[in-house]
Write a protein that binds this ligand. Structure first.
Ligand SMILES: CC(C)(COP(=O)(O)OP(=O)(O)OC[C@H]1O[C@@H](n2cnc3c(N)ncnc32)[C@H](O)[C@@H]1OP(=O)(O)O)[C@@H](O)C(=O)NCCC(=O)NCCS
Length: 319
């Protein structure tokens, strides 16, 4: 068995097979168009690949995708050294081929391939099938808790200093504090826009509208959000809340934006930096739930990569 990067034609052949798994709400043609559109997005074009595990006769046994994603390592002087990490998505084996270890073999060969990339730091994935299969290939799971907040009526701009528009994404991302851990992943503006592109594709199937804002500023704190997939929810992509009152203001704006856009709730992925601030929202109908799927798992691609238990995996990193 060997690993190859798929050609455009092979990518289309995989789309036809993965439709049954990831095509909900879309027709087969709509799903094929979604895949084409997401692959044409600037973030994907910067380095997205489909990988195939092939048998000796060339038959495709399993597939997955990688997106190159930025990461930073602190050196001994405390300076940040940028490098490349790889977010892995859409691991897939056709039903008739499952249970023969093909997905595991694919993950092992892929890790060996990624380890050979210059400046490689780590691989990141979000498992929908629990930790066991990926742990076999060296991935470690991280905590996965979500907060769900109900929408609330009102002007979203009122509780905050300003609401953000799409053209503000890069500036807003630049305002966020970087995590104080020895190694972390950090998205680019194009990467965050890729999530919004998914929302632009799904909005016509969901009976809601695209949120008019992509986040908000309150004091020194910043939140970025969007409609990002096939659930009519306002998903928080990044949150840097520097005080309880600023966290409250930003999330109040999110709840109002959800209401204005006819979305069913606000979803916040808990991160170590803002976890202590969120319980204060419980009186307002917020609930903390174990995440259903999307379990973050990380695998170092170089010896000695320091993986902190406090490594944040914001929703903006999901693929
Ligand atoms: C998950 C998947 C890629 C595994 O492919 P595979 O080639 O059969 O994988 P392997 O033979 O290497 O490993 C199979 C293991 O995956 C586990 N697995 C498969 N589907 C699972 C699920 N839904 N939940 C939990 N474990 C699952 C099997 O129980 C088996 O575990 P075991 O060997 O410890 O008993 C395949 O089932 C698939 O394509 N599923 C649909 C798409 C999907 O969910 N992909 C994963 C996205 S994170």
């Amino acid at each position: 068995m060997h690993l190859v990067a798929a050609s455009d034609e092979q990518q289309l052949q995989r789309d036809a097979l993965t439709y049954s798994e990831w095509g909900k709400l879309l027709s087969p043609q709509g799903y094929a168009a979604r895949e084409q559109r997401l692959r044409a997005h600037p973030w994907s074009r910067s380095d997205m690949r489909t990988w195939l595990l092939c048998g000796e006769d060339g038959e495709v046994l399993a597939s997955c995708e990688t997106f190159r994603t930025r990461s930073f390592l602190r050196n001994d002087e405390g300076s940040l050294v940028p490098g490349d990490s790889f977010a892995i998505a859409s691991v897939f084996t056709e039903e008739r081929l499952r249970g023969h270890g093909y997905a595991t073999r694919l993950m092992d060969l892929l890790a060996a391939e990624l380890e050979r990339q210059p400046h490689a730091h780590a691989a990141l994935l979000f498992s929908d099938v629990g930790p066991r299969i990926y742990a076999r290939s060296g991935y470690q799971e991280l905590p996965a808790w979500d907060w769900h907040l109900p929408p609330t009526p009102g002007n979203p701009g009122e509780p905050v200093d300003s609401l953000l528009r799409e053209e503000d994404l890069a500036t807003a991302l630049g305002r966020l504090r970087l995590p104080e851990v020895p190694f972390f992943f950090w998205p680019t503006p194009a990467q965050l826009d890729w999530h919004l592109e998914r929302g632009r594709i799904y909005v016509e199937h969901l009976g809601c509208s695209l949120p008019a804002s992509v986040g908000a500023n309150a004091g020194a704190s910043t939140i970025l959000w969007g409609l990002v997939g096939r659930s009519a929810e306002l998903t928080v992509l990044m949150l840097d809340a520097r005080s309880p009152s600023e966290a409250q203001a930003l999330l109040e704006a999110a709840r109002r934006e959800a209401s204005r856009s006819r979305l069913s709730r606000v979803v916040v992925w808990e991160e170590p930096s803002h976890a202590p601030l969120l319980p204060r929202l419980q009186g307002e109908g917020a609930t903390r739930v174990a995440r259903d799927g999307s379990l973050p798992m990380v695998r170092p691609l170089r010896p000695g990569l320091p993986l902190s238990p406090l490594l944040p995996t914001p929703r903006g990193l999901w693929v």
